[in-house]
Design a protein around this ligand. Structure first.
Ligand code: GLU
Length: 312
């Protein structure tokens, strides 16, 4: 095991945006709530930039994240961890998973997966809405896979989920794949352990992409551990991912932080997103909205922010 128990006792929380667009009110809520929990636990609030996606991450968005969060009144210690600068940390964890026989190279393209499901009216989808990976290459003989890798064919590394779950269950018999959840509003105490629900709905997730030697799942688990994060506070849209994170943590010998998955701000029945035409914090500020109004609304919860949104 390269990762031991997390001995850091002082509470440490992080807000970890990906710089692939401008922050919106949903991010503001998440960041403010995270900072509030840190304060309630007499702990620290950190910022992490999750910029592994070299195609979508932009420097201007990183600068905008700093600007918008400062405007909201948030502060954090420097230096800010940027994932793109820590590839060697992910490589170590990757080696560990590989040595345990939990990874296999996959040469499939998105097109291959689409073609596979094309005749099916309601093809199965993973929790992010992507078509479920049907497991091509899972049973390819290692020598054959190796030959294709050596011939220079592009490949992703996927998690052999069945094996990873099986191994995690053996390693983690007592915990039986649970994690502690906490309430983000007073009283701040750990609540009942939550059982990992149904990781199979993800299929064999990608652990390193064809173009990037890591993935969201791998880097977030490694960073939360290396940074000594004790409490995670993030949106319900990432709750299903926690199943995968938990399985990775057990297989890497990483002690889990406590989790809170907060409600999402909805607008016209959809969650706010960077890609849809939802106003960014920057635009709201230009329209004259003050940081105090957002902070006050955030203190009153999601509904209050939704009302604010509807007034814009
Ligand atoms: N970087 C992720 C995002 O922007 C969040 C990661 C996390 O909080 O676990 O959606």
């Amino acid at each position: 095991m390269i990762y031991g128990q997390n001995t850091n006792k002082q509470a440490k929380l992080r807000f970890a945006p990906s710089p692939n667009g401008l922050l919106h009110l949903g991010h503001a809520y998440s960041a403010l709530l995270t900072a509030q929990v840190a304060q309630a636990l007499s702990g620290n609030f950190h910022l992490r930039i999750e910029d592994i996606d070299k195609h979508r991450s932009k420097k201007e968005y990183i600068l905008a994240i700093f600007r918008d969060l400062h405007w909201l009144g948030l502060q954090w210690p420097e230096p800010v961890r940027r994932q793109s600068k820590h590839m060697e940390s992910y490589q170590k964890a990757l080696d560990q998973l590989g040595q345990a026989g939990l990874l296999y190279p996959c040469f499939a393209t998105r097109g291959d997966i689409k073609t596979y499901w094309q005749d099916k009216t309601n093809p199965p989808r993973d929790p992010d809405g992507g078509l479920l990976y049907p497991g091509f290459y899972k049973d390819l003989k290692p020598q054959k896979a190796q030959a294709r890798v050596q011939a220079g064919e592009p490949y992703a590394l996927r998690l052999h989920l069945d094996r990873a779950i099986e191994r995690a269950k053996q390693l983690d018999r007592q915990e039986s794949l649970t994690y502690q959840t906490y309430q983000a509003h007073a009283p701040l105490k750990p609540v009942q352990p939550t059982q990992v629900k149904n990781p199979q709905r993800w299929g064999d997730v990608i652990i390193t992409r064809k173009d990037i030697p890591t993935s969201y799942h791998l880097s977030v688990v490694v960073d939360d551990h290396l940074e000594g994060i004790t409490h995670i506070c993030r949106g319900k849209d990432l709750q299903a991912a926690t199943d995968i994170h938990r399985i990775l943590q057990v297989n890497l010998g990483i002690a889990p932080p406590h989790y809170h998955h907060h409600d999402l701000i909805m607008w016209d029945g959809k969650k706010l997103s960077k890609s849809q035409a939802h106003p960014s914090l920057y635009e709201l500020r230009k329209q004259g909205l003050s940081a105090k109004t957002i902070r006050d609304a955030a203190n009153n919860g999601i509904k209050s922010l939704e009302e604010l949104m509807n007034r814009m």
